[in-house]
Design a protein around this ligand. Structure first.
Ligand code: SF4
Ligand code: SF4
Length: 427
């Protein structure tokens, strides 16, 4: 009689993940540990559990007759919030351990425990979250971890949000800039990691569920020890294969490449579809991994003022097409609610000019002025664009309906002086 096969697959492509907790001391709006990411809305990971104790984790995992060929990742939420985090990390035997953490734990205390038991993480991954910890403090922690010897190859990272200003604000940019400057000065090596979003565009907008074939190389263990091969099902506590504390009763997980039917496609967790540890097969037999990562989809959940701030960030970093798109989206939303904000039109006018659309730029600037934005810079911009188009007289007539002639003359004189042109204001 053949021995029943151990239910958890171990090949190199498989990723074993122990979610020690689903709690976190931060609340990042771009956290992928929960669905429906909305810019500006603070988020926490997905739920509350009766967490396994450290002793239960260690007894269960150390009793396994096999080990994954790749590291076992201790993660969360923030795994160090587990009350027995140091115990678990220092007592697991035979695993190449990996850790993801936001670096807010007492590194010296954990390192002492690890050293005392001859334990060491093989790798670790630490992301800086600029809204929740000061750059100096995070950098101190990163250096302490690097120098503690408790991790062989630690990785320090930042989320790449250049294309996603929706999830940034001034505080974010200021702290990140400061961190990069300090890290460079102090010689800490770091990387930017891909922002995974939640794929609320096209096929993954969670508007409905689809039936599809799926294959997965995940071995996900939730904080209560239940085993899943899909992160969405882990967070929903659906389709568990068994529990690590009763591994003999656990159903075998399908191997990677072994397709199984799932009717929850469309609600998949972004990690699954992005990481290469999962794949899908549609009704035509086409196998695919991921969808478009379209930053524009986030605009639909934002207020016009927030969209305008996004547009300004895009403009400042030279992404003019994205700035233009965002401003049009803001104007569309304002119109839906019967509003018409001249400031948005003024920004649009400047952006259109920079993209080479002078005529549209002039129209937008004049509309901004008609809506009450009569600041010198807006009026001057309109006049300059109008002159370039040979439409100075037309623009002047329109502007005079909203700006006193005396002020308009002064602005035209200033423009002429800057351009060293003859004074036309007295025409
Ligand atoms: S630190 Fe990580 S787990 Fe916690 S809220 Fe931020 S992204 Fe989510
Ligand atoms: S199709 Fe999506 S929800 Fe279904 S098992 Fe695969 S990853 Fe999970």
């Amino acid at each position: 009689m053949t021995e029943p096969r151990f239910p958890l697959p171990t090949p190199e492509i498989h990723v074993w993940v122990a979610y020690l907790t689903a709690r976190c001391n931060f609340a990042c709006d771009y956290c992928i540990q929960k669905p429906q990411m909305i810019p500006g809305q603070r988020r926490k990971p997905w739920g509350r559990y009766r967490e396994l104790t450290g002793r239960q984790w260690v007894d269960a995992l150390n009793a396994f007759p096999v080990r994954p060929e790749h590291p076992l990742i201790l993660t969360g939420g923030e795994p160090s919030l587990h009350k027995d985090f140091a115990f678990i990390a220092s007592r697991l035997e035979g695993y190449a351990l990996d850790l993801t953490s936001n670096l807010t734990f007492d590194i010296d205390a954990v390192a002492r425990e690890m050293h005392a038991h001859g334990a060491r993480f093989a790798t670790s991954f630490h992301t800086y979250h600029p809204k929740f910890i000061a750059p100096e403090q995070w950098l101190d922690q990163a250096e302490r971890l690097r120098d503690s010897g408790m991790v062989e190859r630690p990785t320090f990272s930042m989320v790449q949000l250049q294309r996603f200003p929706h999830f940034r604000d001034d505080e974010h940019d200021r702290n990140l800039g400061k961190l990069l400057e300090l890290a460079d000065r102090r010689g800490l090596i770091y990387q930017f990691n891909e922002f995974r979003g939640t794929h609320m565009g096209k096929a993954f907008n969670r508007d409905r569920k689809y039936r599809i074939d799926c294959t997965s190389a995940w071995v996900n263990i939730d904080p209560e020890g239940s085993v899943y091969n899909c992160q969405f099902h882990l967070t929903e506590r659906k389709n568990a294969f068994g529990n690590i504390t009763a591994i003999d009763s656990c159903r075998p997980l399908p191997a990677m490449g072994e397709f199984f039917a799932c009717s929850d496609f469309g609600y998949c967790d972004p990690c699954h579809e992005n990481s290469g540890h999962g794949a899908f097969r549609d009704e035509h037999g086409r196998i695919f991994r991921r969808t478009d990562d379209d930053a524009r989809v986030y605009l639909q959940w934002m207020e016009p003022a927030a969209i305008q701030a996004v547009a300004r960030r895009y403009f400042a970093q030279g992404d003019l097409e994205e700035a233009r798109h965002a401003l049009l989206a803001a104007i569309g939303k304002q119109r839906e609610s019967g509003a018409d904000d001249g400031e948005t039109w003024a920004d649009l006018g400047v952006t259109l000019y920079e993209t080479g659309n002078q005529r549209q730029s002039l129209a937008a600037l004049l509309h901004a002025i008609e809506s009450g934005v009569t600041r010198t810079e807006t009026v001057a911009s309109a006049l300059v664009v109008a002159r370039e188009l040979g439409l100075a007289d037309h623009a002047r007539q329109t502007i005079l309906r909203y700006v006193p002639a005396q002020i308009l003359d002064r602005i035209e004189t200033a423009i002429a002086a800057v351009r060293q042109e003859p004074d036309t204001a007295s025409r």
